[in-house]
Write a protein that binds this ligand. Structure first.
Ligand SMILES: Nc1ncnc2c1ncn2[C@@H]1O[C@H](COP(=O)(O)OP(=O)(O)OP(=O)(O)O)[C@@H](O)[C@H]1O
Ligand SMILES: [Mg+2]
Length: 218
């Protein structure tokens, strides 16, 4: 089945200001969901709630009808590329960075998973034993994505992955996303780059004043 659902999700960091109000959203296995919205409207917060990092103050986040907090395997089912994910690199080599989640989940076919991830993201095999801190910004972004997909999640969540990339980097990222979509797995992406994403996205939302508005026609 593979469906993530947000039901009446509300969130605030402090009780004086409600950031997200009664958000409802459903993401199925083949969906490509684009979320836009002005700075500070809570887009990253919403993704962290979907990724299970933050809990809503009220409402439910479900996978296949059950609370994500009761699904021990939820974190295997999602891959999360945080805003400026490459700032959080911490391994000595690109290989270890990409392999980290898969090792953590106890998978044994690590080499195969890393090779599949670099193939999809177009990372040169020669980079695998370089330090992740010596990469160009385009390479680093690809490594961040490879790190989020090597454990073969069903839902790929990306927070502003186009930021800081030049035109070539943006085109390269678009083709990675297209390849991922072709594997019949879902994307939830926060971005302002509609130009690159309109052809891929089948659901477009805008976060505005705490509400998630359907923006398909914008
Ligand atoms: N850990 C936190 N504690 C308190 N307030 C926070 C925290 N993280 C974010 N905020 C506040 O919540 C609001 C929404 O932040 P969030 O990062 O989710 O917005 P955003 O839409 O992703 O913004 P941007 O477009 O700048 O990435 C902002 O006012 C931010 O300052
Ligand atoms: Mg953000």
């Amino acid at each position: 089945m593979f469906q993530i659902e947000l039901e009446s999700v509300s969130f605030s960091y402090d009780d004086s200001k409600v950031l997200l109000k009664d958000i409802n959203m459903s993401v199925s296995r083949r969906d490509f969901v684009l979320i836009t919205g002005d700075n500070g409207t809570g887009k990253s917060t919403l993704l962290k709630i979907i990724a299970g990092i933050l809990k809503p103050k009220s409402g439910y986040v479900k996978i296949d009808g059950n609370s994500i907090y009761e699904d021990k395997n939820y974190f295997r089912k999602i891959g999360f590329v945080m805003q400026y994910a490459e700032d959080s690199f911490f391994c000595d080599t690109v290989f270890d960075e990409i392999a980290f989640a898969s090792k953590n989940f106890g998978f044994v076919d690590i080499q195969k998973r890393v090779m599949n991830a670099i193939k999809l993201t177009g990372i040169d095999e020669e980079l695998l034993y370089k330090s992740p801190f010596e990469l160009s910004s385009g390479e680093a972004r690809r490594v961040a994505i490879a790190s989020a997909i090597a454990h073969e999640p069903f839902f790929l969540i990306l927070d502003e992955p186009f930021v800081g990339l030049d035109k070539r980097g943006k085109e390269c990222l678009t083709s990675i996303l297209k390849k991922w979509k072709d594997t019949q797995r879902a994307v939830i992406i926060v971005s302002h780059q509609r130009k690159y994403l309109t052809n891929l996205a089948n659901k477009i939302f805008k976060l505005e004043a705490g509400k998630l508005l359907n923006a398909d026609s914008l």
